[in-house]
Design a protein around this ligand. Structure first.
Ligand code: MSP
Length: 529
């Protein structure tokens, strides 16, 4: 991408029937890391997230809790979903709720257009519906259980709860008209759906034939009323998908809409079909551009199953951040799991990586280098003298890591980007062991060499702070101040990421400050087993 280009990234909007767990936080962190990376690359970046508040699922939860759906949604947003963004340090630019007036009015404009242009008709729906998924189901999406509470009933494969049978007069969207156009889109833009596994599944699904989609319900009223028939409310997914354009000014602020759209859509693979089939078909019908890409990431598994509250495997993000801190949460999920594939969560793996990679690998490196600059040069970063082969190798590793990380982030391969950046941590640790600055410090004759070694290490830390700041913002911020870089080079987040690998930016004579451990040792007893 050229600096200044629009980079608009959106997470799915989350159901407010329950509080967030680490699966939701996973999507948020990934989107935030990508947004911070692009913001620091000088792109015109916008990160949108929000909540999905209409539909039967929320309505039923509210009724079960003796309240109204609006009051329930308000409470969950205030007490759970907005605080989540603080807990995991998300720098979102906007937060949309489907009950926002700005959303509802723009949805109405969109619907009326589709209706006027003949893409919507009235018909009879008869079939299955899963309220957990808020989705119309086909027989092959269902299982017939033989044992347990639901013996003899058809249950949804995802929720393992019985589906409902609907027979209603509804309005339909002519989705079948778009089958060929969608297949052409997948063909001509092979990176429209990523990763490959999700792309193949979607192509197979669309190839097997598309049916028109029922987009309204009349048996309850918690939703956006259809502008031409107020006895129907809009199907919750049709409503929710539109958030990506209503939030940036569709129908109300054309300039902003043109500036931002199209979006990069980050979703869990469970909802890739909605985003890669229904959503582009809706946009095509309205004469709008389809998203830039739809990336379906993998699931966090606990005990081999997709983690979910309804299956009681949900873990609250604060259970992790309270013990390990926010940065560790972000680093762990972004580096330990290949983005795009499923990944198993375990406390043991988290604790082991925290200790080995963050505390011993990175944190310790930072503390040691700063302590040596303090001890041997009274806290002023020394000037480098002539560079040796080993110093030049460090410079090359830094340059290559910065380049490879940028290329990986461009592909949303977040784990690969971090792996690339981590070669700097490993290189610097090995460099210090071999150069033995504590030995060089023993003689006046090697003082100049000591200066070069510590400059090399400090400048390597400067590059690390810049490259890791989208992933671990708090720790890199502390490191940046400790290096004296804040007063010399300005804010960490103003450092241009593509320049991070250019050697020699930390000015000699910068004043370093002692830092507390960036990743303090954690008592094993504190780790929830
Ligand atoms: N409201 C819909 C999305 C509408 S978007 C127009 C929805 N909401 S949800 O609350 O169920 O959240 C779904 C998203 O949360 C998933 O797509 C995924 O991004 C994330 N995850 C939920 N559980 C997850 C895991 N166990 N693992 C990884 N991500 C998970 O669907």
């Amino acid at each position: 991408m050229a600096a200044g280009d629009s980079f608009y990234i959106a997470t799915p909007i989350f159901y407010v029937n329950d509080v967030p767990h680490i699966g939701h936080a996973y999507t948020e962190v990934a989107a935030d890391v990508l947004a911070r990376w692009h913001r620091q690359s000088g792109d015109d970046t916008w990160l949108l997230t929000g909540t999905d508040e209409h539909g039967q699922k929320i309505l039923r939860t509210a009724v079960a809790n003796d309240t109204t759906p609006q009051a329930w949604a308000d409470k969950l947003v205030e007490e759970a979903w907005l605080p989540l963004l603080e807990t995991i340090d998300i720098a979102n630019d906007d937060f949309i709720r489907t009950t926002d007036e700005r959303h509802e009015s723009a949805v109405t404009i969109f619907l009326q257009k589709l209706y006027d242009d003949g893409f919507i008709y009235s018909g009879e729906y008869e079939g299955y519906y899963c309220v957990g998924c808020e989705e119309y189901k086909q027989l092959d999406d269902l299982l017939e259980t033989e044992v347990g509470d639901y013996a003899g009933q058809l249950v949804c494969k995802i929720h393992t709860r019985p589906v409902e049978i609907l027979k209603e007069r509804n309005y339909f969207f002519r989705m079948s008209d778009f089958q060929q156009r969608l297949l052409d889109l997948y063909e001509t833009r092979p990176d429209f759906i990523q990763p490959e596994s999700v792309r193949n599944e979607i192509i197979q699904f669309v190839n097997s034939g598309l049916q028109d989609l029922s987009i309204s319900r009349s048996s309850f009223d918690w939703g956006i009323k259809l502008p031409w028939d107020d006895s129907h409310v809009l199907y919750v997914w049709f409503d929710a998908l539109l958030n990506y354009i209503t939030a940036i000014g569709y129908g109300t602020d054309d300039d902003n809409f043109r500036r931002r759209w199209p979006a990069n859509q980050l979703v869990g693979k469970d909802i890739a079909r909605f985003h890669a089939v229904i959503w582009p078909a809706m946009l095509m019908a309205a004469g709008l551009e389809v998203p830039r890409r739809v990336f379906g990431h993998g699931w966090l598994l606990v005990g081999g199953e997709k983690m979910s509250k309804s299956k009681l495997t949900g873990i609250a993000p604060s259970q992790i951040t309270d013990t390990f801190g926010v940065d560790a949460f972000r680093y762990y999920f972004m580096s330990a799991i290949n983005f795009g594939q499923d990944g198993s969560f375990s406390w043991e793996d988290l604790a082991a990586r925290y200790q080995a990679e963050l505390a011993n690998g990175f944190g310790n490196l930072a503390s040691r280098v700063i302590a040596m600059v303090n001890k041997y040069f009274d806290g002023a970063v020394p000037s480098p003298a002539e560079y040796s082969e080993a110093d030049l190798t460090v410079q090359r590793v830094v340059r290559e890591a910065a380049e490879s990380a940028d290329a990986a982030m461009e592909r949303f391969a977040i784990h690969t980007a971090i792996e690339g950046i981590w070669t700097i941590v490993d290189e610097l640790n090995g460099y210090i062991t071999l150069q033995e600055p504590w030995v060089l410090a023993k003689s006046e004759d090697t003082l100049e060499r000591l200066g070069t070694v510590l400059y090399t290490a400090a400048e390597g830390l400067r590059a690390l702070a810049v490259l890791l700041s989208p992933v671990i913002p708090a720790a890199t911020h502390k490191l940046w101040s400790a290096l004296g870089a804040a007063s010399e080079l300005g804010h960490l987040t103003d450092q241009v990421i593509v320049d991070a690998g250019h050697w020699g930016q930390l000015p000699p004579a910068s004043r370093v400050h002692a830092i507390e451990a960036l990743f303090p040792r954690i008592d094993a007893a504190e780790v929830v087993a």
